[in-house]
Design a protein around this ligand. Structure first.
Ligand code: PMP
Length: 413
């Protein structure tokens, strides 16, 4: 499955699925139904092979050695930066490579926010943020005296935009929000929201962890100041990701972590730091991981993000319809624009019991708080089940999932 597909081309999704070796395995004697892609995505052979090929044939450190392997390693790493930049529609010299969204948000918290914020300033977050986009801001608030304000959601799990805009008062210095909720699937209108923030001189950080794997992205068009992505949800390896930041911010930000690779000159009297993204990439990076992420970007681009989006929307429509017919099932989050993530509970059954029994049927879903305690507090539940689908899932799997769910539901009744 290598040929590039134009938007809306007919793709043989059954053939695509065979690119993912893990999807062929059995769990407890049943065919695996992997509905946990919001947690981490599965990897196609192209990605696994790229990591393997790097270690077998090119392994060396980046930016140090002049020998052939060193040059190849640097080309692989920088090549991944270039591919990602094109994929996200950003400038390559504005893209910091890092271990994932958690690192990317902490980088902004420590290098951009900490030196700037002071008592009396405020940061706006939303009710649906992942802990990775809450806790770093609490740490910044504790150290600067800034406060945190929260934008709330409506009954369907969409942001209440009027309330959000009413929070954007002059003391607000940053609005940090997710593009797509990892629990509700809600797709936030980030372009409109960032425009409103920018009008008021407020910087914006968008957590794109759950958007980049599923929809065509044009970060330049969103108009935010910072955008974070994580590679392992994009069919790429764990420990890879990126932060895009406007050049003016990157130039003004002091380093977050010091070490090799991020300097121009080091003297005991003082150090001159590298320019641009490299200033924030101290130490040996996850080179093999980025070989894999480069391959993942090629793989997703060949399928076409518009095609992936359309496929996942079709799966979501069928899935939601099927779940509505399950007695006692409550869906959390039915925003008009949603990604293929469905959180639910069944009356009388605990989320972990459901997930454990489903595992015995070969079904992998997540149960718990999904690193979103404030959202659980909003709904007044300790946990939900979350089924999250990706383009490599099938309609047959949805039918098998619903049959398994009905079976375990009766066991717990
Ligand atoms: N934000 C969101 C919305 C997420 O879903 C996740 C991963 N569950 C993260 C942040 C954390 O990203 P990472 O795995 O790169 O630390």
């Amino acid at each position: 499955m290598n040929a590039a597909h134009p938007a809306s081309a007919a793709i043989d999704w059954a053939a695509v699925r065979t690119d993912f070796p893990v999807l062929a395995r059995e769990v407890h004697g049943k065919p695996l139904i992997y509905f946990d892609s919001a947690n981490t995505g599965q990897k196609p052979n192209a990605v696994i092979d790229a990591v393997d090929d790097f270690y077998r044939h090119h392994n060396a450190n980046v930016s140090r050695a002049v020998h052939t392997l060193g040059t190849e390693a640097t080309e692989t790493y920088e090549g991944a930066r270039g591919k990602l930049a094109r994929f996200l529609n950003v400038r390559v010299d504005e893209l910091v490579l890092c271990s994932g969204t958690t690192f990317a948000i902490n980088l902004i918290a420590y290098s951009w926010a900490l030196p700037r914020l002071k008592a009396g300033d405020a940061i706006v977050l939303t009710r649906m943020e992942h802990h990775a986009n809450i806790v770093p801001w609490q740490l910044v608030a504790q150290r600067t005296g800034a406060t945190i304000k929260v934008a709330e959601i409506d009954g369907r799990g969409a942001l209440n935009l009027d309330q959000l805009y009413s929070l954007l008062t002059p003391e607000v210095k940053l609005l940090a929000l997710t593009h797509v909720s990892n629990v509700l699937g809600t797709v936030n209108p980030v372009r409109e929201i960032c425009r409103e923030a920018r009008k008021r001189g407020i910087a914006t950080l968008v957590d794109g962890s759950q958007a980049a794997p599923h929809r065509p992205l044009d970060i330049a068009a969103i108009g935010c100041d910072f955008y974070a992505i994580t590679g392992h949800k994009m069919s790429g390896p764990t420990g890879t990701g990126a932060l895009w930041a406007r050049r003016e911010h990157l130039e003004a930000m002091p380093p977050f972590i010091g070490g090799g690779e991020m300097i121009k000159e080091v003297r005991f009297e003082g150090t001159v730091f590298a320019d641009g993204p490299r200033r924030f990439e101290a130490g040996t990076p996850n080179i093999a991981g980025f070989a894999g992420l480069g391959a993942a970007v090629d793989y997703l681009s060949a399928l076409g993000m518009a095609n992936i989006d359309a496929r996942e929307q079709a799966l979501l429509a069928r899935f939601t319809q099927a779940l509505r017919d399950v007695p006692g099932l409550r869906i959390f989050g039915e925003a008009p624009e949603k990604a293929a993530v469905v959180s639910f509970l069944i009356e009388g059954a605990h989320a972990h019991d459901l997930a454990t029994l489903l595992d015995l049927e070969g079904v992998a879903i997540r149960s718990g708080h999904h690193c979103a305690h404030p959202l659980m507090q909003h709904f007044g539940v300790p946990a939900t089940c979350r089924a999250s689908l990706a383009y490599y899932n099938t309609f047959d799997e949805i039918d098998a999932f619903v049959a398994a769910l009905n079976k375990v539901r009766k066991l717990l009744a």
